[in-house]
Ligand binder design. Structure first.
Ligand code: GPP
Ligand code: MG
Length: 286
């Protein structure tokens, strides 16, 4: 471990990064907290798979709780799908969750593989939240969260058997990000991301995609940028899955829920008009 403590000046290098950190340091959306309270896994990504339509029936109090549980189930299924693509992971392996949020995917990886996981986030609030969760779960020796920048983590070269970004690549330059991932991955190590990306084929950024960027203070990349940046950094794709049809039901359910935030319509519009895709990309370090 080359760095143990980081100050805000080390980690937040630009005015843009500071504004992203402010968003996540102050974010307390019920759509994330109430879903996390279902079983203690707090996610910062969307869901995949069909929902059970019966959750929309019944008296208001039960209906609300059932919708929230169902949305949480779809978000957990998304994270399981990401982990399915990490390949063989042993309990001796060290993994990196780049943009680890409140820790949901990291805890699931440790639960599944018994491996060590480090998560990095530029939100000090999220890092503290996730480390509290690790202590509560009794896994703080194996799952650790750090206030660090995913573009410059300070972890040793070749120290990681797998790295993922679960919906966090839209905050950074992909060439810089994949250079840092390639540095940290051992030869043959696996990289997986799930992301929303804009469609080069339909031309410039659509109104709906711009509204998503504005909502989260992010910069959604085009599909082609992912593959250029992977290729430029010795990351060879092994699997690409268009998850767009699988995520639309999640957004339709979310739009009907009591915890909708207003961003549901832009997502549904962007996916349905074809200006935006929800992709899983898995690549090997070569
Ligand atoms: C995080 O989920 C969302 C992002 C990091 C932003 C953009 C993602 C794209 C695929 C474009 P969240 O769970 O914090 O969002 P919400 O509060 O809306 O549920
Ligand atoms: Mg959410």
């Amino acid at each position: 471990m080359s760095k143990t403590t980081s100050t805000a000046t080390d980690v937040l290098r630009t005015a843009y990064q500071k504004s992203v950190a402010t968003y996540w340091n102050t974010e307390r959306n019920p759509v994330n907290l109430r879903l996390g309270e279902v079983d203690g896994l707090y996610h910062h990504h969307y869901g995949v798979g069909d929902y059970d339509p019966s959750v929309l029936e019944g008296p208001q109090d039960i209906r609300d709780a059932r919708i929230i549980e169902e949305m949480h189930r779809l978000e957990t299924a998304q994270a399981q799908l990401l982990l399915d693509h990490l390949g063989e992971v042993s309990s001796d392996d060290r993994l990196l969750d780049a943009g680890s949020g409140r820790g949901g995917t990291s805890f699931m990886a440790h639960q599944r593989f018994g491996c060590q996981v480090d998560g990095v986030s530029i939100s000090e609030y999220q890092v503290a939240f996730a480390n509290d969760q690790a202590r509560e779960r009794g896994v703080a020796d194996r799952v650790q969260f750090h206030f660090r920048n995913m573009l410059d983590t300070g972890f040793e070269a070749g120290s990681r058997q797998a790295i993922w970004n679960n919906e966090s690549t839209m905050y950074v330059d992909l060439f810089e990000l994949f250079a840092e991932h390639a540095r940290q991955l051992e030869f043959g190590g696996r990289y997986v991301c799930i992301t929303g990306c804009s469609n080069d084929v339909t031309g410039g950024r659509s109104k709906a995609v711009s509204r998503i960027d504005e909502h989260y203070t992010c910069n959604i990349h085009t599909r082609s940028q992912y593959f250029k940046a992977l290729a430029a950094n010795g990351l060879a794709p092994i699997n690409v899955i268009d998850l767009t049809p699988a995520t639309i039901p999640y957004w339709e359910l979310r739009a009907k829920s009591s915890v909708a935030t207003g961003i549901e319509e832009p997502f549904l519009t962007a996916y349905k008009e074809g200006s935006f895709h929800y992709l899983l990309i898995a690549a090997d370090r070569v």
